[in-house]
Design a protein around this ligand. Structure first.
Ligand SMILES: Nc1ncnc2c1ncn2[C@@H]1O[C@H](COP(=O)(O)OP(=O)(O)OP(=O)(O)O)[C@@H](O)[C@H]1O
Length: 232
């Protein structure tokens, strides 16, 4: 598994008034587990933490490394290893048709055409998208778009997949599909979610509150901590 290291990480976003709002404080964690969950109340800093894993956000203080690569210095190398799945799949879908969108993900991977075609076919089958291969991607349902966005990340065979609330738009059946996919996934997964049942079987769960990690443990302990925090 990749080694994710946060050392004394803090982050502040600029405000329109010219000041800064601190949203992460003194986060120091080393993550080497296969499946890591991130939970916490709205605005507690989860997405900011997740976005740091593929250099979408660079820390204001401290250092984030993935397999020894510093996200502040090696963003390109980091993005080749770390796939990011957004909550809103529209943020990720760029090509007109489903199969073109999948192939587009592989454009910078230097693969021969037959290998691109093989991976696209395999992904269409695996994610149940084969019937929609030639359809305009923007006409898919919300859940189908989410599966396409996930497939477009996994087709690049990243060593780490970061997922920011990937089941928000999904019905029960598709949420289960994503849960099963995550359970069977080879790459390391860091998953941000409000759906606590997604974390069954996870190796480790971090709870964020006001920009700090306030609990770090097994899913059962972390979810109990979170419930006590928000539903006192
Ligand atoms: N680009 C930005 N510019 C300014 N402030 C931001 C930006 N992104 C996030 N914030 C602020 O940072 C804080 C933490 O946001 P973040 O999205 O990391 O929290 P979260 O725990 O993922 O929340 P949620 O569960 O609601 O998605 C929030 O107060 C948010 O308003």
């Amino acid at each position: 598994m990749p080694v994710i290291q946060f050392d004394g990480v803090g982050h502040a976003y600029p405000t329109s008034a010219g000041g800064a709002t601190t949203v992460l404080r003194e986060v120091t964690v080393r993550l080497t587990e296969h499946r890591v969950g991130i939970i916490g109340g709205n605005g507690s800093g989860k997405s900011t933490f997740a976005r740091m894993l593929n250099a979408l956000v660079v820390p204001s203080t401290g250092r984030v490394t993935v397999d020894g690569l510093d996200t502040a210095r090696d963003a390109r190398a980091i993005r080749r290893r770390v796939g990011f799945c957004f909550t809103d799949p529209d943020a990720q879908i760029v090509m007109p048709t489903v199969q073109e969108d999948l192939a587009f993900s592989l454009r910078r991977h230097g693969l021969p055409k037959p290998e691109v075609a093989r991976r696209v076919e395999a992904a269409l089958e695996l994610y149940g998208l084969a019937p929609y291969r030639s359809q305009p991607a923007h006409l898919l349902s919300g859940g189908q778009k989410q599966l396409l966005a996930l497939a477009a990340v996994l087709i690049t065979e990243p060593s780490l997949v970061v997922m920011d609330e990937p089941t928000t738009l999904l019905d029960l059946a598709n949420a289960r599909t994503v849960r099963d996919l995550v359970a069977g996934m080879e790459p390391q997964v860091v998953l941000v979610t409000h759906h606590l049942d997604l974390l069954d079987g996870f190796d480790r769960v971090l709870v964020f509150d006001a920009g700090r990690v306030v609990c770090d443990g097994a899913p059962v302990d972390a979810t109990a901590h979170y419930r006590a925090l928000v539903l006192p």
